[in-house]
Design a protein around this ligand. Structure first.
Ligand SMILES: [Zn+2]
Length: 240
């Protein structure tokens, strides 16, 4: 029975890939409940966004996903894509602030949904949606990314699992950032969201063209700002 179900799901995934991304697919892949933060963070939002969190690097939770409640309207003009936001059960984060960070990032005038591109991004927590931004433990990110033969393990990075509806964000990276961004966690988090959602929207990796230039958001900035002899400046925005 299990393998038959898997075959059915694979077939469904194939069909989903053939139709427009606005079509809701793989509905049984949705989170199995509502994410409730253990505590509401007492800090102002900007302070929370800039502060390190305490999520272990090698955390490997069982992979149960919970949906962040609420709705955030699309802002920019263009074709509306709906997304869900989910957090892996066992990760403690203020979901209200996380939702704000993701949605404000994606709808910033410098981002994909901010009016410079051709799409608008709306957050939903029920009904049809095109993809799911998922904050998960390192172990769970690695196993989901492996579905598309993406090896995120060694560097503990994030990925877009294109054969499924999930954009996987590594919660440890969210909490700790990268050497390329240093203490600038707010901008690291914006880059992380814009880069991985950028993959979902069909964008591929780019490189640093010229020393001193802003790094393209689709450069793998978590790992490096250098391409050959050129060193770029960290940049979280698609349209800086
Ligand atoms: Zn990438």
């Amino acid at each position: 029975m299990k393998s038959a179900r898997r075959t059915l799901l694979s077939a469904l995934a194939m069909v989903c890939l053939l139709v427009a991304t606005t079509t809701a697919c793989l509905k049984d892949d949705a989170g199995t409940g509502t994410y409730v933060s253990a505590t509401a963070d007492p800090r102002p939002y900007e302070q929370w966004l800039a502060a390190r969190a305490d999520i272990p690097a090698d955390l490997a939770l069982p992979g149960k996903f919970l949906t962040v409640a609420g709705h955030d309207a699309a802002k920019g003009p263009g074709r509306v894509l709906r997304y869900r936001l989910e957090v892996e059960d066992g990760i403690d984060i203020d979901a209200r602030y996380l939702a704000r960070a993701v949605h404000e990032t994606l709808n910033d005038p410098r981002s994909w949904g901010g009016g410079r591109g051709t799409i608008a991004l709306e957050r939903v927590s029920s009904g049809d949606s095109s993809f799911t931004v998922t904050l998960a433990s390192t172990g769970t990110v690695n196993s989901w990314c492996a579905k598309d033969d993406l090896d995120t393990g060694e560097q503990r990075v994030s990925c877009n699992v294109a054969s499924t509806r999930r954009v996987m964000l590594n919660a440890w990276r969210w909490s700790a950032g990268s050497p390329t961004y240093g203490d600038d966690l707010a901008n690291y988090r914006r880059m992380l969201v814009n880069h991985e959602v950028g993959h979902r929207l069909g964008h591929f990796h780019e490189t640093c063209e010229r020393s001193g230039a802003l790094a393209p958001v689709m450069m793998q900035q978590t790992l490096t700002l250098v391409t050959g002899a050129a060193t770029c400046v960290a940049n979280p925005w698609p349209y800086p």
